[in-house]
Design a protein around this ligand. Structure first.
Ligand code: UD1
Ligand code: UDP
Length: 377
């Protein structure tokens, strides 16, 4: 009853969204669009301000997504940039804390598992402002990944835990976290549906790169465990060169990996691999849809392979997206060249995965936020 009384009184909900890295722009695009639709149509009005931490700053790692996906311009960019984990996470916390104090939002919204996620969630929790975590509950059970630490800590302090999969809900329950947990579906599936046809119509990447549909491998590599370990990076590049003898291997290269290749002196190991600058979301979706197989260590791209019906080979020893493996879409092969090449030749499609939802996860996220703010006061 109390909640219903507040519902009648509250006219406006203010959300402070904290983003900073490429995959967060893509996830936030869908929720921002849902907020925009809601804000115009219904009461209470929902208003959003975006804080960009500046974790990613190159045009093709940041601005391009805001322009192409119509994400509202950030109210502020903290300009934190690159550095050690403690330096960047600490600076982001300081910046987000100041924004929370000045903006006085009703809720802080964070996405995924990057340092920007953790900084946003921690700053909110310390100021006793509710925090919603989109993509809560994912676990690789590998604590050497900085992302796993970010996931565990963010989930520990978040008020609302918005899970893309049922396994994520179970992971939280196993850690004793059940309050505020909701299965929403995956906002990245919303994005894949919303932009899939547009990408087919508007992207010119295939003709620009002279690629034939279903006659190339698409690859991305950027995980610290692969770029910072020369043996693993060498193994991956060896596997890709082997595949490049059969079909073009297209690699839009993350700046971290470009720098690692130079630092390890691995330029020669890239011969025969078609290295591109990071591409826009529409170009990426187009490349994904027409790839014969996708090889990646990205979290988001493993699922996008499934969304677009393309087999995936994961260049890691484990994955948080276990359902893609269980339903036959994804093979985790690590960094061994023979396993990589063999898996790419064998990879196939699998069964339908229901738990990512039906393309309306962003709307579910928004309803959960509303319901929680209306009942928690
Ligand atoms: C970060 C996330 C990772 C996510 C990835 C998405 C953390 C700990 N890691 O990894 O979970 O999968 O983003 O892409 O938060 N750099 C540039 N230009 C940029 C951005 C980065 O040159 O615009 C280079 C810098 O040399 C930087 C390095 O990339 O030191 C790594 O960037 P960082 O943001 O620390 O981590 P990512 O590897 O991007
Ligand atoms: N992506 C993109 N251009 C690229 C590489 C990736 O638009 O050159 C998109 C990709 O389609 C997915 C997201 O970025 O939506 C994944 O981000 P990334 O792999 O950097 O991070 P992760 O998902 O591993 O955290």
């Amino acid at each position: 009853m109390e909640g219903l009384i507040i519902l009648a009184r509250r006219k406006r909900i203010e959300i402070l969204t904290v983003v900073g890295a490429r995959p967060q722009f893509i996830k936030a695009a869908m929720v921002s669009a849902a907020i925009d639709r809601h804000g115009r149509e219904q009461e209470p009005e929902i208003a959003e301000k975006i804080v960009h931490t500046g974790q990613h700053y190159d045009h093709e790692m940041s601005r391009i997504f805001f322009d192409e996906m119509g994400i509202p311009k950030p109210a502020v960019n903290l300009g934190v940039g690159s550095g050690s984990h403690a330096e960047t996470t600490g600076s982001m916390m300081v910046g987000v804390e100041a924004e929370i104090i000045s903006q006085k939002p009703d809720l802080v919204l964070v996405y995924g598992d990057t340092n920007s996620t953790l900084a946003g969630a921690m700053a909110a929790a310390k100021l006793d402002v509710p925090d919603a975590h989109v993509e809560a509950g994912l676990r690789s059970f590998n604590r050497r990944m900085p992302e796993e630490i970010n996931r565990i800590l963010t989930d520990r302090v978040s008020t609302l835990l918005l899970c893309p999969t049922l396994r994520a809900v179970e992971n939280l329950a196993a850690e004793g976290i059940t309050d505020g947990v909701h299965h929403t579906g995956d906002v990245m599936y919303d994005a894949a549906l919303a932009f899939g046809e547009i990408a087919m119509r508007e992207s010119r990447i295939l003709s620009r790169e002279k690629l034939t549909p279903k006659r190339y491998y698409l690859v991305t590599v950027h995980r610290a465990e692969n770029t910072d370990d020369p043996a693993r990076l060498r193994g991956i590049l060896d596997g890709l060169r082997e595949l490049a003898r059969e079909l073009p291997v297209v690699l839009p290269l993350h700046p971290r990996t470009r720098k690692a290749i130079a630092a390890h002196g691995f330029e020669k190991l890239c011969e025969g691999i078609r290295i591109l600058q990071p591409v826009s979301y529409l170009d990426m979706v187009r490349l994904e849809k027409d790839a014969t197989v996708i090889l990646t260590d990205s979290g988001g791209i493993q699922k996008e392979a499934y969304f677009h019906g393309v087999p995936c080979v994961t260049l890691r020893d484990e994955t948080e997206w276990v359902e893609t493996v269980e339903q036959g879409w994804n093979l985790t092969v690590g960094a061994d060249p023979k396993r990589i090449a063999d898996a790419a030749r064998q990879a196939g499609t699998g069964k339908q995965i229901e738990e990512y939802g039906n393309g309306s996860a962003a709307a579910v996220v928004l309803s959960c936020i509303q319901a929680s703010l209306l009942t928690d006061h």
